[in-house]
Design a protein. Structure first.
Length: 122
């Protein structure tokens, strides 16, 4: 994946996660970046629009993740600020979500690329 945000509420990553228990995302800044990102999931069958409001037909929620750089838990509603040039890795513990993603809620500058690993732990 090559996430890139062009403004607030940009979807920078979204994938079908049905059947996968863990999702690990590594993000690599290209130069200095300034983002706030939040991790999201949805249990609906059809692909949700994580950048649009939650509704009866567009159901999703923020989810807590673990920052693999320091082991801290990141609350879904708070998210994480990405700045400078630091590579960051995060893990979702996914037992039920059909879809997972990352939404940029605050954007100032920069671009990031990344990798995602989905695993079923079998």
């Amino acid at each position: 994946m090559t996430p890139a945000a062009s403004g607030a509420n940009s979807i920078i990553f979204r994938t079908l996660a049905r059947g996968f228990r863990n999702i690990v995302v590594a993000l690599f800044p290209a130069g200095t970046v300034s983002y706030t990102i939040k991790f999201v999931k949805s249990n609906q069958d059809s692909m949700p629009d994580f950048s649009a409001a939650v509704s009866a037909t567009n159901q999703w929620e923020y989810v807590e993740v673990v920052d693999l750089n320091d082991g801290s838990a990141i609350d879904g509603t708070t998210g994480v600020a990405l700045s400078a040039t630091t590579t960051r890795s995060f893990e979702y513990n996914n037992n039920t979500a059909q879809w997972v993603g990352i939404v940029c809620t605050v954007y100032s500058t920069g671009t990031i690329s990344g990798n995602a690993l989905l695993a079923d732990n079998k």
